[in-house]
Design a protein around this ligand. Structure first.
Ligand SMILES: Cc1ncc(COP(=O)(O)O)c(C=O)c1O
Length: 382
């Protein structure tokens, strides 16, 4: 099976050279828009491309507002602050995520509490959150408190793993019941949708949502992120906080709070606009790639991660599920030695030294997934 996998990937990418996990593709107006920016001299935080990129992302995702940032981590930091997360509080999140999710919680002076995922979505489980809240938390007039730590649960932060949408309907039901705001980490999920009466984009369900345009994402701005929200006041605050909290004035430099220099430069937004023009094409090609992996899996008795029912995923990163840790490690050794890059799931967050002290609910699905999953090459095939 290992050998057949490597042959399949080489056939897909039509090369004998090293095959990376994810490479960006620049096949549209990228060079032209970047040259326009350089010619205009507006390479930094002032310039027309930022607002245009924000408007087009908001339109695509079906939200009222999008506020561009220097990266997805900064977007998460601001989104959590705007959701009301304060120092000494807790945020419910998943152990299966990239470290930025937890770091952003930490930047607010808060701590993550790790609750398990659903095996079909790879994202935060609504039933596990409900169980955690029912058994470990108490409601008071000013919010929900963790009975063990005594800390307020300030927010819930689900992450759409590899672009596969979480059970947002279930999570919204539970969090609304307890009055807990949701911030969605949709860093990996641009182009991923949940079907239903109304088709909705990942990152548009919660009070705020966040995207990343890091070089490995489905579209890139080099580095960049976006805060999504339907709330006018939060959007205004997001722009203010990410722009050093500067009061608008033609020449005076006055700031009304400690803000952040988190605005996306015009240069990056230009790249983003050109990439956004390619997004429908990239999503289609990534979904076609996922079908090729699925066909291979069927023919070889292997298992791949497929989009949860009722969703349309961008298949940002494809993944295989091996039998166990021994087979996973043998697969990683073999494929990487053959020049086909594969990698395991991120170390679970509570296994990292910084988050080892954090409360968990046992994380049985998360631990099982961590032993079995490998990501496989997923660059868009042109
Ligand atoms: C799940 C998740 N959250 C947050 C981030 C942070 O985004 P950035 O690298 O743009 O800071 C990333 C990716 O990099 C991610 O995969």
């Amino acid at each position: 099976m290992f050998d057949s996998f490597v042959r399949q990937v080489r056939e897909i990418y039509q090369t004998d050279a090293f095959i990376p996990l994810h490479e960006p593709r620049f096949v549209g107006n990228e060079k032209q828009y970047l040259l326009n920016v350089i010619d205009s001299t507006f390479v930094s935080s002032v310039g027309p491309y930022v607002a245009e990129f924000e408007n087009k992302i908001a339109d695509y995702c079906g939200v009222k507002h999008a506020v561009a940032t220097v990266n997805g981590t900064a977007a998460l930091h601001i989104a959590l602050l705007l959701a009301g997360v304060e120092s000494g509080e807790e945020v419910i999140t998943q152990a299966v995520t990239f470290v930025a999710t937890c770091n952003a919680i930490n930047y607010c002076g808060a701590e993550p509490v790790f609750v398990d995922i659903d095996a079909d979505t790879l994202g935060l489980s609504a039933s596990a959150v409900a169980e955690f809240l029912a058994h470990h938390c108490e409601r008071f007039d000013d919010g929900v408190y963790n009975k063990i730590s005594g800390k307020r649960i300030a927010a819930c932060l689900p992450m759409h793993t590899f672009g596969h949408p979480c059970d947002m309907t279930g999570l919204l039901r539970v969090c609304e019941e307890y009055g807990i705001p949701i911030v969605e980490d949709a860093a990996e999920a641009l182009g991923s949708w949940v079907s239903g009466v109304e088709r909705k984009h990942c990152g548009s369900f919660g009070k705020l949502g966040v995207l990343s345009f890091n070089g490995n994402k489905i579209i890139t701005t080099g580095g960049g992120g976006m805060i999504l929200t339907n709330d006018d006041a939060l959007a205004k605050q997001a722009k203010h906080l990410t722009t050093t909290a500067k009061l608008p004035h033609a020449w005076k430099f006055e700031h009304d709070q400690v803000g952040y220099n988190y605005r996306m430069p015009n240069l990056n937004a230009a790249l983003g606009l050109a990439q956004l023009e390619q997004l429908p094409n990239f999503v289609e090609r990534k979904r076609a790639l996922a079908v090729r992996y699925l066909d291979w899996a069927h023919a070889n008795g292997a298992q791949v991660v497929v989009e949860p029912s009722g969703t349309q995923a961008n298949y940002w990163l494809n993944a295989l599920l091996l039998d166990d840790l021994t087979q996973r490690d043998a697969f990683l050794e073999y494929s990487n030695a053959q020049g086909v890059m594969t990698r395991p799931l991120w170390e679970l967050m509570p296994d990292l030294s910084m988050y080892r002290y954090c409360q968990t609910d046992g994380l049985s699905q998360s631990r099982r997934l961590a032993q079995r999953l490998v990501n496989v090459p997923s660059s868009v095939i042109l």
